[in-house]
Design a protein around this ligand. Structure first.
Ligand code: ADE
Ligand code: ZN
Length: 325
């Protein structure tokens, strides 16, 4: 069995983490006070008590209002740098980080404040040896038109953004809603991934659209894929990464999806372990590794394979991969 000490010491890549999901109660209260934003809570205990959800929708209903405390470029910088220092402590060497510009622009924050603050933190993290990059997400419950406008607005900043993702409420918002915008993103040179949150309505159809039609390079969550052996073969053969988030699944879907992950490891699928929204779901990356290891009695070899998968499915050159593996 792999111990917590072993997990802590293992070099890892983080591929599924929402920067807005790293907003800890302490920073949330400090920013609320600094910016004069009324969040309806004034103590850590009150904030923690509000972190009460049992579904993706009930989580998102807490998650978006919390973002009101993020107002200036420095606020975004501080949020991301705080996370990156934590990642460094956990031996994360490489990170691709989601952010949701539309969630800030719809409440009057400029795109450039968001991207410049987050990007500056990624640059500064190089000083402590974390190589971090940004993945800009479309909010799938907003229109395709809104996603298209975001791609336009992001054009002058493209050098600061590695890829495009898709998150937020999946119900009635299938991948194909964004077919054209994903095509444009690829043509512009972005890498592409998207969420296929587990246990959603039409989950397998969504995964199929993402893989066969949009042709994503990774799938975020997506472990429901075990229901369809043909799709499992597809991701195995194309070496498409699945970014699995055990603690998130346990809270949002009441199921850590541990059996599915064992099956995927057995099928040589490049599944990795990640944190999703660690301030909300009760743990950062090493807690996620530990939770899954304990549940499945994972061997050292299996845990090493999961960490290797995180580097192998990162959007880096083969040369850079070899420096980590
Ligand atoms: N936004 C932040 N975390 C998310 C998740 N797990 N699924 C969908 N949207 C999200
Ligand atoms: Zn996510």
């Amino acid at each position: 069995l792999a111990t917590r000490d072993f997990i802590d010491g293992l070099p890892k890549a983080e591929l599924h983490l929402h920067l807005e999901g790293t907003l800890e109660p302490e920073l949330k209260l400090a920013l609320a006070q600094k910016n004069g934003v009324d969040i309806g809570q004034s103590t850590i205990e009150e904030v923690q008590a509000s972190y009460n959800f049992n579904s993706l929708a009930s989580f998102l209903a807490v998650y978006y209002p919390a973002m009101n405390v993020l107002q200036t470029e420095d606020d975004f910088y501080q949020l991301a740098l705080t996370y990156l220092k934590k990642a460094h402590q956990e031996n994360v060497r490489y990170a691709e980080l989601f952010f949701d510009p539309q969630a800030h622009m719809t409440r009057g924050v400029a795109f450039e404040a968001v991207v410049n603050g987050f990007y500056r933190a990624c640059v500064d993290a190089r000083a402590f040896n974390v190589d971090a990059h940004l993945i800009m997400c479309f909010l799938r419950d907003l229109s395709a038109e809104s996603a298209r406008q975001l791609l336009e607005i992001a054009k002058p900043y493209q050098a600061k953004i590695l890829g495009i993702g898709l998150d937020s409420d999946e119900h009635h918002n299938p991948p194909l809603k964004f077919l054209r915008e994903y095509g444009d993103a690829v043509a512009q040179g972005y890498r592409i991934t998207m969420h296929a949150d587990i246990d959603q309505v039409d989950s397998i159809q969504h995964i199929q659209q993402a893989l066969e039609i949009i042709r994503v390079e990774r799938l975020d969550h997506g472990t429901n894929i075990v229901e369809n052996p043909d799709l499992v073969d597809w991701v195995e053969q194309l070496k498409i990464g699945l970014t699995f988030c055990p603690l998130s699944n346990r809270l949002v879907a009441d199921d850590m999806k541990d059996r599915e992950v064992l099956e995927l490891i057995d099928h040589n699928v490049k599944v990795s372990i990640n944190s999703d929204d660690p301030a909300y779901f009760g743990g950062y990356i090493n807690d996620n590794y530990e939770a899954n290891t304990t549940k499945n009695d994972l061997t050292i070899d299996q845990v090493v394979q999961l960490a290797k998968n995180s580097f192998e499915t990162a959007w880096i050159s083969d040369f850079q991969k070899q420096t980590y593996l």
